[in-house]
Design a protein around this ligand. Structure first.
Ligand SMILES: [Zn+2]
Length: 193
């Protein structure tokens, strides 16, 4: 379920209950026994970035649902589609940034104003924005988008950004003729998360 629908009506515990525990593979709701994946409360999660490609930057808070596995005691967080583990920016916004830097040759400060809303910018304007370098390094290791592979340890960052962006463009549903690469990377990244 995408963020928009999730924020309109928070999905129920039952609706989001994982079919299996990702840690021990126990069935979440066995046919013949008590529940295994049990609701374990809510956790607020910040999500940064525009909701639409080229749109105004936003900062929203979503309620992620937690589940606890009664077999192995693992706690699992279920979030809306389009978010990546441990990243505050939505996957689509990260795809946008990589395409703007890697394909359009845009500078980091310019791209920052496109995805970062003014409240965040206001606090951190004087600091260098390190997030894109971290994303590029994670992509190099194959740890940014789970569906994409890794890149060479020696490849320059600009090249890793470019190749990652091209992979995201390739995943995008076909847009209108003349769509900019960053728009396609935005949509491809939402699907790659
Ligand atoms: Zn488990």
């Amino acid at each position: 379920m995408d963020i928009k629908r999730w924020m309109t009506v928070l999905p129920t515990v039952e609706h989001l209950r994982p079919a299996r525990c990702p840690c021990c593979d126990a069935a979440g709701r066995p046919v013949d026994g008590p529940l295994v994946m049990r609701g374990h409360g809510l956790r607020e999660r910040q999500v940064y970035g525009p909701r639409a490609a080229g749109g105004a930057p936003q900062q929203v808070t979503v309620q992620a649902r937690r589940y606890r596995c009664s077999a192995c005691r693992a706690v699992l967080l279920v979030v809306p589609r389009g978010l990546l583990p441990r990243r505050r920016y939505a996957a689509a916004a990260i795809g946008w940034v990589l395409a703007r830097i890697g394909l359009d040759g845009a500078t980091t400060p310019a791209v920052r104003t496109e995805v970062c809303c003014s409240t965040i910018l206001g606090v951190a304007a004087a600091e260098r924005w390190l997030a894109p370098s971290r994303w590029i390094e994670a992509s190099r290791r194959g740890q940014l988008f789970p569906r994409l592979g890794r890149h060479g340890a020696q490849s320059p960052r600009a090249q890793v950004a470019e190749r990652t962006a091209m992979q995201l463009v390739a995943l995008s549903p076909r847009g209108r003729a003349g769509d900019r690469a960053a728009h396609l990377a935005f949509r491809g990244a939402a699907l790659a998360a």
